[in-house]
Design a binder for this molecule. Structure first.
Ligand code: SAH
Length: 508
């Protein structure tokens, strides 16, 4: 696994970065996806644990301040045991393994046991906090030196191993694990000669949508952080560079920073909406209110797939339809030629893109991305009379499209290529966020997401104060039918426009 011997075990100490799952190295992803066993700290981003192999063994070893965790000796013993059994073991550690991460102790234990290991560095919290708070740790005009300090060693301890006097002369100081000791740290620094007015920042949950930054003079910072209820994990940055944040703060100024948005799309499609929201700074909770399942019985689909050549038009009203139908062609060991010479219609750009992923180009996309517009363009601009039309759709699809095509003289086959299933419940994180009033927006990309969400939410969860965003008029109507009011409706009816509509509302 280390490139020399595929059968022998190996331990890789991997830095997981500060919290934002996109702040990991390509090497970290490579080892994580290959690992047989992953031992991870609770602070490691949850999204990283999900990219591991489904059959990989995942062991959480804790390491949250104030919570129980495996003693270090047991972690070391586990690493040695798993690796000796020939496994590729990833030890996933928050930030960088060698910055206040006990990576040195783990590596030493491995060396002693004769276990081969590698180390993948990570973005350490201090560096991430500086970047995401807009505070350059060094700057030619203000700081030529920076020091990382542990705050856990009580500043009032008689035999602290920290040389406090030397810290008075270092321009930028970054304290880890210091929130609980903030007052002592500030007092000690002032006692050794740091001016009480030195700008100081405390950055909590750096790099994540829940980041919070408090800035004050060194002499006031403890009180201000306490008033703001700053909690670990947080880093403290002390020095003139902190002032630069006034011009350089960027993350907390993103248009959706501090807003929590629920994405109710099926999990397989969630990232298309979640990713742009995250880039705009939103705290995104994926709360699928719908699941896409295969049909219970493939007989009808398979018969249609084998007879695809007889259709003049194949009509897709969602990317799910494209994937389901084309997936079935593959499952039956056929290939793209099964489609014959049929023309292809797509309801909108996302569906057209799903087709292009399969090397197919839509012949027809309406200007308005609704099934009504699709029906209209098919009946008005093509010679549809007498033509065989296949609608590859969900099991529950509205009848309007079929009716419009039939009244124009087309022979329509409605094929349920997938089922939309209502989950039993919404994920716990979403329910909790709704209950505590933390959710600012719920996004709906279809009527079923609206109906399902309201059906699976407990009656005592009140979503009336939450702003609701709909992808188009049909979804907006579904919201109204439930007695609620859509705050934003996408125009055109695309994911991009849905995100833009939310941003526009927030900036009003
Ligand atoms: N090896 C880690 C540090 C582990 S010690 C690294 O390189 O980042 C734990 C301390 O890291 C916390 O007490 C806090 O000071 C800091 N920390 C970790 N994640 C953080 C985050 N997202 N924001 C702010 N501080 C963080």
């Amino acid at each position: 696994m280390d490139g020399t011997d595929a059968n022998s075990g190996l331990v890789v100490l991997v830095g997981a970065g500060p919290g934002d799952a996109t702040l990991v190295t390509a090497a970290a992803i490579k080892w994580l996806t290959a690992a047989d066993t992953i031992l991870y700290d609770r602070l490691a981003p949850a999204a990283l644990v999900t990219i591991t192999r489904p059959d990989a063994e995942k062991i959480c070893v804790g390491k949250v301040p104030g919570e129980p965790s495996l003693p270090q000796e047991q972690i070391n013993a586990l690493l040695i045991e798993k690796c000796s059994a020939g496994r590729l073991v990833v030890r996933l550690k928050g930030g960088d393994p060698f910055v206040f991460g006990r990576g040195g102790e783990e590596a030493a234990a491995l060396t002693k046991a004769g276990i081969p290991f590698r180390i993948v560095p990570g973005v350490t919290a201090g560096v991430a906090a500086a970047a995401f708070a807009g505070i350059p740790l060094t700057d030619r005009r203000a700081a030529s030196t920076v020091v990382f300090v542990t705050g856990q060693e009580a500043a009032d301890k008689a035999h602290s191993s920290i040389d406090w006097a030397s810290l008075a002369r270092i321009e930028t100081l970054v304290f880890y694990m210091g929130v609980a000791k903030l007052e002592q740290i500030a007092e000690k620094l002032i006692a050794v000669g740091r001016t009480p007015q030195t700008p100081t920042a405390v950055v909590q949950n750096a790099s994540t949508p829940t980041q919070r930054t408090v800035v004050a003079a060194l002499c006031d910072i403890a009180e201000r952080a306490r008033a703001a209820e700053i909690k670990p994990p947080a880093v403290i940055i002390v020095g003139a560079v902190v002032d630069m944040r006034r011009q350089l703060a960027w993350f907390e100024k993103l248009p959706l920073f501090g807003r929590t948005v629920l994405v109710t799309r099926p999990q397989t499609r969630a990232s298309q909406l979640a990713d742009p929201l995250l880039l705009l700074g939103a705290n995104v909770i994926e709360a699928p209110a719908i699941r896409i399942d295969p049909p219970e019985d493939f007989r009808a689909v398979d018969a249609a797939v084998r007879a695809l050549r007889q259709f003049d038009w194949i009509v897709f009203t969602s990317p799910n339809g494209v994937e389901a139908l084309l997936g079935r062609i593959e499952a039956l060991e056929l290939d793209a030629r099964a489609l014959g010479g049929a023309k292809i219609a797509a309801v909108g750009p996302a569906t057209a893109e799903a087709l292009r992923d399969k090397f197919l180009r839509a012949d027809l996309i309406p200007d308005q991305f609704t099934t009504e517009a699709l029906g209209q363009i098919l009946t008005e601009t093509t010679q549809i009379r007498g033509k065989n039309v296949l609608l590859a759709r969900a099991d529950v699809a509205r009848p309007q499209l079929t009716q419009a095509l039939r009244s124009a003289g087309a022979k329509v086959t409605n094929l349920a290529v997938y089922r939309t299933v209502r989950p039993d419940a919404l994920c716990a994180e979403a329910v909790e966020a709704l209950r505590t009033g933390k959710v600012n927006w719920i996004t709906f990309t279809s009527s079923s997401t609206v109906e399902n969400l309201l059906a699976i939410l407990d009656d005592d969860v009140d979503i009336s104060p939450v702003k609701l965003a709909a992808i188009g008029p049909v979804t907006a109507d579904a919201i109204r039918r439930c007695g609620l009011t859509p705050t934003a409706v996408a125009e055109p009816h695309t994911i991009g426009a849905l995100v833009a509509a939310i941003v526009a509302q927030e900036q009003q």
